[in-house]
Write a protein that binds this ligand. Structure first.
Ligand code: ZN
Length: 141
């Protein structure tokens, strides 16, 4: 589930040049990510995001972890969302050559394990775009 969030974030960054989600709620059945934005998405954009994310999933990219110092991570990533107690060594999660970011969550080993990515709805309120999505059980086991 987390892995899908990472791919969605990178897709949003690439398509709209917005930041990664500033708030996320990841659950088994239904997840949501919030982005700083200036409007709601169009249906075409929603379809395009779904297509991009599913393309990454279908490409079966390896999901790997790497431990780097906080100092090094600070040069590579925006650490503003990182909790203060994260420590001096950070775990980063890399998804093929598509995305990398610090994360402590649970991840799949390759993107194909994620299954299908589906956006349920989006809404816009007060500078925040909310994307609600779910991940269908992997048809490919
Ligand atoms: Zn994660």
């Amino acid at each position: 589930m987390h892995s899908a969030e990472h791919i969605l974030n990178q897709t949003m960054v690439r398509m709209f040049n917005c930041g990664r989600s500033f708030s996320a709620h990841i659950e088994k059945k239904k997840s949501k990510c919030d982005y700083h934005f200036d409007r709601n998405l169009t249906d075409v954009e929603v379809q395009e995001i779904e297509r991009c994310v599913n393309e990454v999933i279908a490409a079966d990219m390896p999901v790997t972890e790497r431990f780097i110092s906080r100092n090094e991570a600070g040069k590579l990533f925006n650490l503003s969302r990182l909790p203060d107690d994260a420590g001096e060594t950070l775990r980063t999660i890399r998804i093929g050559d598509y995305d990398a970011c610090p994360c402590r969550g649970q991840h799949v080993h390759s993107t194909k394990e994620i299954g299908g990515f589906k956006i349920i709805s989006t809404s816009f309120d007060n500078g925040a775009l909310r994307v609600r999505f779910r991940v269908e059980e992997g048809e490919h086991k």
